[in-house]
Design a protein around this ligand. Structure first.
Ligand code: C5P
Ligand code: C5P
Length: 486
């Protein structure tokens, strides 16, 4: 089903087909079900599709789910309605076929699709089918945006939300943390229509509105060991660097700093990391491309597209997806205030879990395992994996496997460095294959993947994953040696 030759026109034609189908359904007054993943990209995608449905006056119900089995539970009674599944499904086509083969289904996704016959009344909109890299150059929110572009007149109002989704999925893999490929096209449209501005600066959380020490302490991507989560340590770093914290009775923000002060701050962070025996490489990710939603208030936490994606992720991972979807749809006022409380609370939950988690990393031969206890909600295992893997506490030559448990099910989230992916590691394939061997379910991208397996089979599963990682990397090392010898 994958194509190696890139065909953007055929991809657009498929987006148009999906848009026509949705339009025809809405015009006949039939209710549409919109279901998506509970992370930032999933909620952005739900927001984009739901916003367009609202605009065309369609009847619809939107909801987010944590896992595909939750999707099966919620759609068992679909009653023949058109189901629009966003940011999930492509990796589970055979299971979908078994359970919902007869349903009418549009899948708007960017996960690598399983090789499998589709159901008769299905439409799969997925960039991988057209040789477009769904891992790095367009997220599910981007695909949703391309679908609704032909459904409503002023679709560009959702372009910035598509950028939020892509950043939520960490697709800023270009130089200086730029979005690349089809995402760049979306960025251009957003800029042209005055929704977005692009610049280069420090990527501290709350850059434009938080006191500087709070901005440093709130930054989790990249995770700065010793500073992320610690306002006192961040404050003393600034004092030592001789940076004025206030301007009269007002706290200064990172955006208020002069160029000279910014470079002093950067050097202070690097020195702090080196002094505390942490890799200084992480500091490089502190400076990069900033995507700003220019119509959002500075203090809303929505102006910086990465911060917007944190807010959606926090809502999705704490059972408050409805708040995230509402914000994505444009609701502000008390809805936004509630969502902001969720973000602050989520930040302290993550801080506590990271403090315990980072002390208990287990070394396997080829990977690093982190088992989190029941103090961490399984829905948050994914965020812990993303943050710890970006912290550089993990050497770039080993993937991180984080494991949490809910009842008899173990939830696994795996993350690899770009270096490992370049060496041929595909965590999505490994999670899928290993989970199948142990009566579980797994899949995902090369760089970020996950699985759910019976908890009593966890140890064997981890050995299997470790062996598979070792095998994948040894093949790649052999190839490098042969190439060198040739
Ligand atoms: O289902 P989906 O593709 O949206 O989820 C991918 C997940 O993997 C996101 O939570 C994203 O933040 C995470 N990710 C990561 N590191 C990467 C790429 C994605 O942690 N390099
Ligand atoms: O849950 P987590 O964020 O770790 O998942 C990483 C990626 O793996 C996501 O894109 C998710 O959709 C995918 N995944 C999957 N099948 C699973 C679990 C996760 O495709 N059983």
């Amino acid at each position: 089903m994958h194509r190696s030759d890139r065909d953007v026109s055929a991809f657009r034609a498929r987006c148009q087909e999906a848009s026509d189908l949705i339009f025809s359904e809405a015009s006949q007054g039939r209710e549409i079900l919109v279901v998506g993943h509970n992370d930032a990209d999933g909620l952005s995608s739900i927001g984009i599709v739901s916003g367009a449905l609202l605009e065309i006056g369609a009847k619809f119900i939107s909801r987010s789910v944590f896992r595909i089995d939750e999707f099966f539970e919620t759609t068992a009674e679909h009653g023949g309605r058109l189901i629009t599944l966003v940011d999930m499904g492509s990796g589970s086509l055979s299971e979908l076929r078994e359970r919902l083969g007869e349903a009418r289904l549009v899948i708007i996704d960017h996960h690598p699709p399983e090789q499998c016959e589709l159901g008769e009344n299905w439409l799969l909109v997925n960039p991988h089918l057209y040789g477009i890299d769904g891992e790095n150059e367009v997220s599910a929110a981007g695909v949703a945006y391309f679908v609704i572009r032909t459904l409503i007149a002023e679709a560009h109002r959702y372009s910035a939300l598509a950028v939020v989704g892509a950043l939520g999925d960490l697709q800023d893999k270009g130089e200086k943390r730029k979005l690349v490929g089809l995402n760049e096209e979306i960025v251009s449209e957003a800029v042209k229509n005055n929704w977005l501005s692009v610049s280069e600066d420090f990527i501290f959380h709350g850059r434009g509105f938080k006191p500087i020490h709070q901005a440093i302490a709130s930054t989790q991507s990249p995770f700065l060991p010793g500073l992320s989560g610690d306002e006192a340590a961040s404050l003393s770093l600034l004092v030592d660097a001789g940076i004025e914290l206030r301007n009269g009775d007002k706290w200064r923000t990172v955006s208020d700093l002069s160029e000279e002060e910014k470079s002093r701050l950067y050097n202070a962070v690097v020195t702090y990391l080196a002094k505390n025996n942490h890799s200084t490489e992480v500091a490089r990710d502190l400076i990069g491309t900033i995507y700003e939603l220019v119509n959002e208030e500075e203090s809303s936490g929505l102006r910086d597209a990465r911060e917007f994606s944190h807010l959606l992720n926090a809502c999705g991972k704490t059972g408050n997806a409805w708040l995230g979807i509402s914000v994505a749809l444009g609701f502000r006022g008390w809805v936004l205030r509630e969502a902001q409380k969720v973000v602050e609370n989520y930040r302290s939950i993550l801080k506590r879990s990271l403090e315990t988690a980072s002390k208990s990393l287990e070394q396997m031969h080829h990977s690093i395992v982190l088992r989190v206890g029941s103090e961490i909600d399984v829905r948050q295992v994914s965020s812990v994996a993303s943050i710890v893997s970006s912290s550089k506490l993990i050497p770039p030559d080993k993937p991180l496997i984080v494991v949490g448990q809910e009842g008899s099910i173990a939830k696994v989230s795996a993350r690899a460095s770009p270096k490992l992916v370049a060496m041929g590691l595909n965590l999505g394939d490994i999670m899928k294959e290993a989970a199948l061997k142990f009566s579980g379910r797994g899949g995902g991208h090369k760089i970020a993947a996950g699985a759910e397996i019976p908890a009593d089979r966890l140890t064997l599963f981890l050995f299997e994953v470790d062996n598979m990682v070792g095998a994948a990397l040894s093949v790649s090392k052999k190839q490098i040696t042969l190439d060198d010898g040739a």
